[in-house]
Design a protein around this ligand. Sequence first.
Ligand SMILES: Cc1cc2nc3c(=O)[nH]c(=O)nc-3n(C[C@H](O)[C@H](O)[C@H](O)COP(=O)(O)O)c2cc1C
Length: 357
Amino acid sequence: MSAKALKQSLQKGGLNFKNRVFMAPMTRSRASEQKPNDLMVEYYSQRASAGLIFTEASQVSPQGVGYIFTPGIHTEEQARGWKKVTQAVHERGGQIFLQLWHVGRVSHPDFHGGKLPVAPSALAFKGQAYTTSGPKDVVTPRALEISEIKSIVSDFKKAAQLAKQSGFDGVEVHGANGYLPAQFLEDGSNVRTDEYGGNLENRARFLLEVTGAVMEVWGPERVSVRLSPRNPLNGMSDSNPEETYLHLVRELEKMKLGILHVLEPSTLPNAIAPLAPKMREIFSGLLILNLGYSQQTADETIAKGLADAISFGTHFIANPDLPERFEKGIPLATPDRATMYGGTAKGYTDYPKAGGL
Ligand SMILES: Cc1cc2nc3c(=O)[nH]c(=O)nc-3n(C[C@H](O)[C@H](O)[C@H](O)COP(=O)(O)O)c2cc1C
C-alpha cells in the first residue's frame, strides 16, 4: 500500500469505508437530559467525511450513567434523537456506529437516587465523578449479584436493538478506559470468586457475553469492541495485561467479531512491547488502532499492515474535515480544551472547515 494509505477505501466483512480516517468516540457532554439534540445532529453531520464515525459513549441504562449531559440509548425518545443524527450523517455520505456504555464504579450515588454505583467487586479507586453539583470523590461501589450481571447483559442487547431502530450502521462495545466491561476483565478491579471472577476465562466472561448479546442483534460484522490494555485510567490495573488481552482477543476471534478497536500509544517506551501486532496475528477482522497518531504515523502503520484504519480523537474536534485536510496537506487547527466537555456550540460546532464552509 502507498504512503497515502489513509485515503484508500476499505472493504471488509460486508462493510465499505471511503477512507481509513475514522473518528474516535468522544464524550462531549452536550445532550439534553440524556437525549441527543439538534446541536449533536449538526456536530456529527459536520464530520461525515470520516471513513467511520464512532459516537460518544452512550449509557445503556439509567444505572450505566456516570457523567452529566451524556446521551443514553435506553428509551424510545433517545432512539428518536439518535435517528436524526444517523439520518443527517447518511445524507452526507457518512457511516456511524454507536458506542454502548456502562460506567460501573465510575459514577456517584448522586446519579442513582443516593444508591451506590455497581461494579464486579466492592473496590474503590481514587478519582472523582462529575455530578450536577460539581466534581465529587467516587465511593466504594456495591458488588453486583449474578442475576444483576445477566440483566446488564440484556440491557446491552436492548440498547443494541434501539441502536438498530435509530438507523446506525453498527455498534461498539465500550470495553476500554476502565468502565464496567474492563472492570470485570482486569484483576485489579475484579476479585470475585464466582463464574465472573478469579481466572482469566471468568474475568473475560462479562465482556464476551455482552459482545455475544450485541452480535445477536447486529451479526458479528457490524460489531466493534474497544479495548485499552495497560491503561491506568479510572484506577485500572492487571497483573498480566498481555495474557489477559490476548486471551480475550482469541475468544473474540472465535466468535468472528468484525471489528477490534485498540487504544495503544503509537509510541511506547522500548521496554514495553506493543500488544497490537500480537492482536493483529490473532484477529482476522478489521483492526483499528488509536492514540496519539499523526497523519504520518497513521499512514505508516497502515502501510506496514499493522492496522486497517486509524481512529483520531482530538484532531476531529477542531478539524471537522480531517480527511480532506490530510489529503490536501492543510494545517490542522488546535482544539480548545476548555470547551471539550459540556457547553454550547462554542468549541463544538463552530470549528470551520478549511475552506471556511
Ligand atoms: C473529549 C474526549 C472525550 C472522549 N470520550 C471517549 C468516549 O466517550 N469513549 C471512548 O472510548 N473514548 C473516549 N475518548 C478517548 C478517545 O476516543 C481517544 O482514544 C483519545 O482521544 C486518543 O486519541 P487521539 O490521540 O487521536 O486524540 C475521549 C477523548 C477525548 C479527548
